[in-house]
Design a binder for this molecule. Structure first.
Ligand SMILES: [Zn+2]
Ligand SMILES: [Zn+2]
Length: 63
C-alpha cells in the first residue's frame, strides 16, 4: 500500500494531507500593516510583526 497522496488542483503539488494543504489556499492572505510583506498564515504574520517590528502579538487583533 502506498501512502495516500492527493494532487492539489490549485497549485499542482502532491500532498499527503489534502485538507491541511487546501486550508492554505482557502485562508485569505494576511498583509503586514507595517511593510509590504504578505503571508498566507496569520501565525506567520504575527511572528513576522513580533520579530521585525517589535510589536507584541497581543496588540494585533485576531479576527
Ligand atoms: Zn495547493
Ligand atoms: Zn512587516
Amino acid at each position: 500500500m502506498s501512502p495516500v497522496a492527493f494532487k492539489c488542483r490549485l497549485c499542482g503539488k502532491t500532498v499527503s494531507n489534502k485538507w491541511h494543504h487546501a486550508h492554505s489556499h482557502w485562508s485569505a492572505t494576511v498583509a503586514c500593516p507595517y511593510c509590504p510583506h504578505v503571508y498566507t498564515r496569520k501565525d506567520n504574520l504575527k511572528y513576522h510583526i513580533k520579530a521585525k517590528h517589535s510589536i507584541s502579538s497581543h496588540l494585533i487583533s485576531s479576527t
